[in-house]
Design a binder for this molecule. Sequence first.
Ligand SMILES: NC(=O)c1ccc[n+]([C@@H]2O[C@H](COP(=O)([O-])OP(=O)(O)OC[C@H]3O[C@@H](n4cnc5c(N)ncnc54)[C@H](OP(=O)(O)O)[C@@H]3O)[C@@H](O)[C@H]2O)c1
Length: 254
Amino acid sequence: MSVDLTGQVAVVTGASGGLGEHFARILARSGAAVAVTARRVERIEALAAELRAEGARVLALPLDVAEAETIAPALDRITEELGPIGILVNNAGVGGEGLALDISIEAFDQTFAVNVRGMFFAAREAARRMIAAGVEGRILNIASIASHTVLPGLSAYCGSKAAVAMLTRSMAREWARKGLAVNALCPGYIETGINDFWWPTEGGQKQLKGFPRRRLMDATDLDAAFLMLVGPAASAITGSVITIDDGQSLPGGG
Ligand SMILES: NC(=O)c1ccc[n+]([C@@H]2O[C@H](COP(=O)([O-])OP(=O)(O)OC[C@H]3O[C@@H](n4cnc5c(N)ncnc54)[C@H](OP(=O)(O)O)[C@@H]3O)[C@@H](O)[C@H]2O)c1
């Protein structure tokens, strides 16, 4: 599937690795100007250099979404450098590992500060600018099968991703007549920095063999849904929480 995003300005949070890096590549190769943001500056600068060499307009900008007050100035800088923002991919996320009996207050707070608070204020600040510019905006929040499925040992993560799904629907309702499409994508397990420690372990292998198709997904499995939700096809799709998980959250899986 290909979608022409020429003339669009897109922002990706957490673009320094894993899915965010993948989404930034798709957006740039679809013609959008892209702001790649994250905390690890050398990684977003390397990605920006790679995509500029392919002819894309790319801005690498450090952004820690847990520092919510830094989001608005970052979006202003992106608007100045690239133009009015039309697409926000709210991708930054942390794993929030830890049994409910053990997780520290700090780890719980960081999980919600990034996955929920950072996501919410990035969406709010992007929406304000899209509405002011009269742009038909697209906000795509990267949720998870954890939004609707209990993943053992990940209660803080599951709670945060359930919040992402509900905030997506709430924001979509509030901004429905403002020209914005706000949706969430719920991927199944894909090997990235968030979970790569787990799959080689005995527990990881056991979990993998329990999936209906006995495999992890690949980031490219998300491409068609991703392009649908950031592109013109989403004009009548808002408040949708779409699961793309290779069947991993079906009963008897996981
Ligand atoms: N992989 C999966 O199986 C899977 C499945 C469902 C959903 N997801 C979701 O997909 C998203 C991307 O995760 P991933 O799998 O690509 O994991 P990853 O490789 O660990 O990437 C996470 C990204 O989030 C960024 N990040 C973390 N804390 C941040 C902060 N405070 N401010 C800004 N950026 C921050 C990281 O960048 P820096 O460290 O450089 O800031 C990194 O680029 C997450 O929301 C995750 O929950 C992943």
